[in-house]
Design a protein around this ligand. Sequence first.
Ligand SMILES: C[S@@+](CC[C@H](N)C(=O)[O-])C[C@H]1O[C@@H](n2cnc3c(N)ncnc32)[C@H](O)[C@@H]1O
Length: 264
Amino acid sequence: MTATQYEKTAAYSRFPRSSAYDLDWMMDQAMGPNPLWLVEFLSEALQLESGMRVLDLGCGRAATSIFLAKEFGVEVWAADLWIDAESNAERIQQAGLSDRIHPVHAEAHSLPFEEEFFDAVVSIDAYHYFATSETYIGYLAKFVKRGGSIGFVVPGLVNEFEDDPPEHLRPFWYWDFWTFHSPQWWRRHLERSGKVDVETADMLPDGWRYWLEWNRLYAELKHAPDEEGRMLEIDAGRNLGFTRCVAKRVESAEQERWLTFSPG
Ligand SMILES: C[S@@+](CC[C@H](N)C(=O)[O-])C[C@H]1O[C@@H](n2cnc3c(N)ncnc32)[C@H](O)[C@@H]1O
């Protein structure tokens, strides 16, 4: 894969901000489909302004944190469970952003922050790992200022399956793919808590093509097998893609739809 070949891909023109980043660098940081493409897509629906405090939850190797700080001038807390804060600190330092990105080792259910500390929470290819329980949004929303945003992009489904996945997907189906959900599913999941209003719940148009494009680039450059790519190719966007959601924390406790238990 040469730079010229990469410049001819559909993703290259679809994600102009990401295209300014080195392909090898993106591949070395990514832990799944290119996180810069996905966070660029998220940023099209979630307003980010210079100086905002942003939690990048499940940031992995912090590529998205670096992107957000560079592109939007926000201050980022880069929180992750599997990747230690020290190695992220090195990457952040190499990017010259140690003053604006704070790496944190954290578990999503036990966040070491003050309530209402953040203007926004973003999460790329991670939210589905820890946030499918009904109670999670109520926990997370507390860390965001009232009126602040929570936005994520995750692998998702065009529509929920009534039963098993369609025949053509079954040979590829890992048990934890059951965390993949449709925009409608996520909208209801978040909104019925009464803690947030969902502004956007949709899919990246042609998301499966970009996902496949990334897998092919990765397989070629890293000489890696690509079973997932075969699954995407066979499915051809009938079911799989990327779900995006952006929700706003309800402005006041009085405007929340349901009761909140407070002990004592
Ligand atoms: C597929 S990786 C994606 C990482 C990165 N956002 C990217 O796109 O390259 C999923 C990330 O979710 C994080 N994660 C999973 N469960 C978590 C939890 N309970 N608390 C915090 N992070 C979690 C993992 O540490 C991992 O880095």
